[in-house]
Design a binder for this molecule. Structure first.
Ligand code: SF4
Length: 287
């Protein structure tokens, strides 16, 4: 395979850069959010050095690949979220039907001008999906990633969950994502709440409901209704200082989840959840 094809196949996307930022939206780089920084860095509009807080170990290999990628003209300017959204907006039109609304657990409607849309619950909010946009009825600004995530959910339908819970390692073709889930979701969460399980419970309230599971499965199990047909579970084990075991976190998914969402979307969902829990934990500590 020539260099350009190899780079294209494994090209760096904004999510790869976003993952190595601390996600604090501090603004030191001149952008209001880490997401905006990542989006611009991947198209060569700003240098990775503009953020002084990137994980240095992860930065080195990424920088080298990004320089090669941009040197080949890959990803410059046009290759962005907008392009993906444009594609999905066109694609979603044939999924905005009463039959698909029922398949994905949404409500079908038509606007006065005849434009069709779906209204569906999304993690404590309600969103409206049309060919023009995805909007939150609570007035929350949805990031381009959330819009892509929600379009992805609607396009292609959804299946009924099997009610069988599995770790990501049991999902097909997940090898490359397991490490990311651990490094960007499970470990930061375990570290942030290591000595305070009650703080995790407090951060999770309103987002997760506690579920009873087989004794000994974990010290705490929470379930989150992310979308009508997508639920996630979070398992928490407190640190055992006497035995020298650190706190541990694990995400579980429905065994059929990949028939509804792709792996990248699933990882994105976990990252959003973790970000929200960490933010709530931070705010609680500051109060
Ligand atoms: S300087 Fe880094 S951490 Fe701060 S907003 Fe920019 S990307 Fe995020």
């Amino acid at each position: 395979m020539d260099e350009k094809r190899e780079l294209l196949k494994n090209r760096i996307v904004p999510l790869d850069i976003y993952r190595i930022t601390p996600k604090t939206n501090c603004g030191d780089c001149g952008y209001p959010t880490c997401l905006a920084f990542a989006t611009q860095a991947v198209v060569g509009e700003n240098s990775l050095d503009a953020c002084p807080h990137l994980d240095p170990d992860a930065l080195h290999p990424l920088r080298e690949r990004l320089e090669r990628q941009l040197g080949q003209g890959i990803g410059k300017k046009r290759e962005s979220f907008e392009k993906t959204l444009e594609f999905l907006r066109a694609e979603v039109s044939r999924w905005l039907t009463p039959a698909n609304a029922s398949a994905v657990g949404a409500e079908f409607f038509t606007l006065e001008g005849g434009e069709a849309g779906l209204r569906l619950p999304y993690w404590g909010d309600t969103v409206v999906v049309t060919t023009s946009d995805v909007i939150s009825l609570k007035g929350r600004a949805l990031s381009p990633w959330e819009k892509i995530f929600l379009y992805n959910y609607v396009v292609g339908g959804a299946v009924e969950p099997s009610e069988r819970w599995v770790g990501m390692e049991s999902l097909p073709n997940s090898v490359s994502k397991i490490k990311s889930l651990r490094a960007h979701c499970e470990e930061p969460l375990a570290k942030a709440f290591a000595d305070d399980a009650s703080a995790l419970r407090a951060a999770a309230s309103g987002l997760f409901h506690e579920v009873e599971t087989a004794q000994g499965e974990a010290d705490w199990v929470g379930e989150c209704d992310l979308l009508p047909k997508v639920r996630l579970r979070l398992l928490w084990w407190s640190a055992d200082l006497q035995e020298g075991f650190p706190a541990r976190v694990k995400f579980l998914f429905d065994a059929r989840v990949l028939e509804t969402l792709d792996l990248e979307s699933l990882l994105f969902a976990c990252e959003q959840i973790v970000e929200r829990l960490l933010e709530k934990g931070r705010r609680a500590r500051e109060d």
